[in-house]
Design a protein around this ligand. Sequence first.
Ligand code: T3D
Length: 282
Amino acid sequence: MNSDPDALVLQASWAGGVRVLTLNRPKALNSFTRDMLKALHVALDDAANDPSVRGVVIAGAGRAFCAGQDLSDPGVAPDLTPGATPKDIGEHIMGSYQPMLMRLRSMPVPTLAMVHGVAAGAGANVALGCDIVVAGKSASFLQAFTKIALVPDCGGSWLLPRLVGRANALGLAMLADKLTAEDAQRMGLIWLCVEDDALLPRVQALAQQLAAMPTNALVQARALIDHGMAVDYASAVAAEAAAQRKLGQAGDYREGVRAFMEKRTPVFKDRAHQPPAVGDVA
Ligand code: T3D
């Protein structure tokens, strides 16, 4: 575990196999630099490759979750001198954000975002890219991109309409207003908004609940729901059948049914090491 206070991503463990990754540049509201994106990617990889990890929580240090791209990162921020050659932001996104985002969306364990303070730009969409998002009442979500004449990235154009529908997605993306955590929950953008002082214990309890559940089934549910948004009904039913076929041959299914019959709490153990494709839970 990484307890170096200067680390860009702090790592800690909670009981039950939960890995906590804390974005750690509080003076700049944990805004993303290239190095921090790399550190987050490496930390996610470590968690994915550690068989004892059964859930991942992403959090922010200090007073915010994350303010998105660090707009002063010299490698990325625009050179404001007249006539300067513009930097290639697309290259930065594909080189630094995209690999981390693909890792996040294909984690072999459930992911949670614990949001306090503001989650803006890329910070908002990294949070929304987690399976379950829980926010404190004073948290807010901000699609800050159009304020600096950019468009939602980090999967925002994909996530937002799926989470809240086209009308709300366009309202959030175009107006770039701060959305309170309560409104975010009402809109269906996040799973849960809780009192600020309940945020940590609630996330801890949820993460530990998920970590004790059948990991492969949880991750396969994510894959199926994402897949189901893009295919017709018959294809979704067929993909579910393929997933059930494999899950039905696994030890966790037998344990779940046996525990039900014996009226006891199941002890689930299966956990894939590779990100499963739809219907692939080996
Ligand atoms: O490469 C690319 O550009 C492409 C990728 C794009 C992805 C993106 O994420 S684009 C969107 C980038 N993010 C933003 O535009 C948000 C900018 N920040 C804000 O709008 C506000 O800071 C917040 C609404 C997030 C919070 O406001 P507030 O009033 O609570 O705090 P503050 O005073 O504005 O910020 C506190 C400090 O953090 C301040 O530094 P200082 O003055 O104390 O030394 C501020 O400059 C710094 N900070 C906040 N956000 C960023 C930042 N520094 C660098 N980059 C930031 N994004």
